[in-house]
Design a protein around this ligand. Structure first.
Ligand code: GTP
Ligand code: MG
Length: 325
């Protein structure tokens, strides 16, 4: 991390050990902390892993590749350490402006963390996509841990698949961990391996905070997740969700959101026959948002056509996908 960023997050401590404003307590002696970048091809389970490690659903996940679009942080605080996980969009060969922004932001994350957790899909052989990332990581000084995920999907003779990944890690002396993000197997060992790699440090965030993301952002993501799960073909990737209003009333929170798509045909699919698809999406997303805010939600969705938004830098920024410095 750059010095300036740390200073912003860790205000001066007063005599009670509590800082003003953010209420970050002083860390005990021997406490470790740091940023862990979760990097890998699309769909290997990076976001699922982060959610499991942190113990809450912060990042949306889906079987569709390129689910994650923004760099987002999940925070795990234990008695001995604070790990700030940085979930990133899967690294792939970009085909449009949105793709370029996603990949570039993942690369920036690699350079600004203390440890890189390079996640691969252990249920398939290592491929060109993984080797592309190995080449990126070989150029940096940051310590790397290779994480072989989806161990639960491995055939009984899984060792031969593992060997294809070991070949990638051995020349660079990277440590290797094997786990299942969905089942939780092997995650304690992974957590310990990560803490071992961290240096002594302060709390960067209050110990009870699990993410740096505003609730509004996660609400939009939970709507996008249902679209990823319920629609097919080009629709999921052409969607950007904006939250237009959140009105908190005594017994219910009213949320108005717009789903932006690129074409009329996509709008038609999203709305469905007599509005049935939009209703299904809205009802599923509403249940997820209710869990997030632990209260009753009324959700109203609009669908709007914004031609070629993925190619337009202006629209990308408007929807929150900005190239980071
Ligand atoms: N069986 C099994 N499935 C997993 C595991 N981890 C993740 N998955 C599934 O893999 C799919 C992709 O998971 P994500 O967490 O969205 O993957 P990602 O790497 O964040 O993907 P992008 O954001 O697109 O780069 C989802 O359907 C997950 O449920 C695992 O350990 N075992
Ligand atoms: Mg993801």
């Amino acid at each position: 991390m750059k010095d300036g960023e740390i200073l912003d997050l860790v205000p001066n401590h007063d005599s009670t050990g509590m800082s003003e404003g953010l209420m970050i307590p002083q860390a005990p002696t021997g406490f470790k902390s740091g940023f862990v970048g979760i990097i890998g091809r699309p769909n290997v389970g990076k976001s699922t892993l982060m959610n499991q490690l942190v113990g809450e659903k912060i990042a949306i996940t889906s079987p569709v590749a390129q689910t994650t679009r923004n760099r987002l942080q999940g925070i795990l605080t234990t008695p001995e350490a604070q790990l700030i996980f940085v979930d990133t969009p899967g690294i792939h060969k970009p085909h449009h402006q949105l793709g370029k922004v996603l990949v570039q932001n993942a690369q920036i994350a690699i350079e600004s963390v203390d440890v890189v957790l390079f996640v691969v899909d252990g249920s398939v052989k290592a491929g060109g996509g993984d080797r592309y990332i190995v080449d990126l990581l070989a150029r940096i000084q940051t310590p790397v841990i290779l994480g072989i995920n989806k161990s639960d999907l491995q055939p009984p003779q899984g060792e031969s698949l593992d060997a294809t990944y070991h070949q990638l890690a051995v020349p660079h002396n990277w440590s290797i961990a094997k786990f299942s993000a969905t089942k939780g197997d092997g995650l304690n060992l992974l957590q310990q391996l990560l803490i071992d790699r961290l240096e002594l440090g302060p709390y960067y965030y209050p110990p009870d905070l699990v993410t740096d993301q505003p609730e509004r952002f996660i609400m939009g993501e939970l709507i996008r997740e249902q679209i990823l799960l319920l629609t097919r073909e080009e629709v999921p990737h052409s969607v950007a969700v904006t939250i237009d209003a959140v009105e908190e009333e005594e017994k219910i929170t009213r949320i108005l959101a717009t789903i932006n798509v690129e074409r009329d045909s996509q709008k038609g699919i999203l709305i469905g026959k007599n509005g049935s698809m939009l209703k299904t999406i809205g009802s599923a997303a509403r249940q997820q948002i209710q869990k997030l805010i632990a209260g009753k939600v009324y959700l109203e969705l609009f669908v709007k056509v914004q031609p070629k938004w993925r190619q337009s830098r202006l629209r990308l920024a408007e929807f929150g996908y900005q190239l980071e410095e």
